[in-house]
Design a protein around this ligand. Structure first.
Ligand code: GLN
Length: 206
């Protein structure tokens, strides 16, 4: 089974570890650069992207993670993790850094302060079963994306209907919402499957 790291600087690390284990991966927390050598893929949890950014610099993880992503390591980010995987961030702190990788612009806290957290159905492309009961907490949305970025999901109802909240570009994926906080692990299962395929493909390469 693939070994998937969860970036354990801040945020809902434990929930991702559990969801990944239930989706059939070996899940390990990652805090030090050397631990990156032991993982096949990385999950960046929800939390606070400004804090994750700062701690990633302090722990000297920013460049090593950028390098692994550039080398094709699969990664999945939820909420703050989505922000960390975005090439461009709106309404971020001026000194906020991202790992980047997905050619999109995200807007932090996009749904507005009045609606700090809410649950809304999201339809996810390529995911069997009913709509996802997606939990949003001071979430970003995808404001703009390049041609190579695949839309996996949009909000289906309410004032934000139509907003892009799940994307994939190659081996990288991101959601505005937190599937790790619900019992529905279809997003994690989708990612574990993506990682399995990426491992087979890289083993096939001469
Ligand atoms: N608003 C947070 C940020 O900008 C994200 C919130 C979350 O991950 N639930 O990083």
């Amino acid at each position: 089974e693939p070994v998937i790291g969860v970036l354990a600087l801040q945020g809902d690390v434990r929930e991702h570890l559990r969801a990944l284990a239930e989706a059939g991966a070996q899940a390990v927390p990652v805090r030090r650069p050397a631990e990156l050598d032991e993982i096949d893929a990385l999950v960046i949890p929800g939390g606070e992207s400004t804090t994750i950014s700062k701690l990633a610099e302090t722990f000297e993880l920013l460049d090593p993670i950028r390098k692994r992503l550039a080398d094709g390591m699969p990664a999945y980010g939820s909420c703050a993790g989505m922000i960390m995987l975005a090439d461009r961030v709106l309404d971020g702190r001026p000194d906020q850094q991202s790992f980047a990788g997905i050619d999109m612009t995200v807007r932090r806290n996009a749904f507005g302060r009045q609606v700090d957290s809410f649950e809304v159905p999201v339809l996810i492309d390529g995911m069997p079963g009913p709509e996802f009961a997606a939990v949003f907490i001071r979430a970003p949305w995808v404001e703009d994306l390049a041609e190579g970025v695949q839309v996996l999901g949009r909000v289906t109802e309410g004032p934000a209907a139509g907003r892009v909240v799940a994307v994939r570009q190659g081996n990288l994926m991101a959601t505005s919402f937190h599937p790790e906080l619900t019992g529905d692990h279809r997003v994690h299962a989708y990612f574990v499957e993506l990682v399995r395929k990426a491992l087979v493909e890289s083993a096939d390469r001469p």
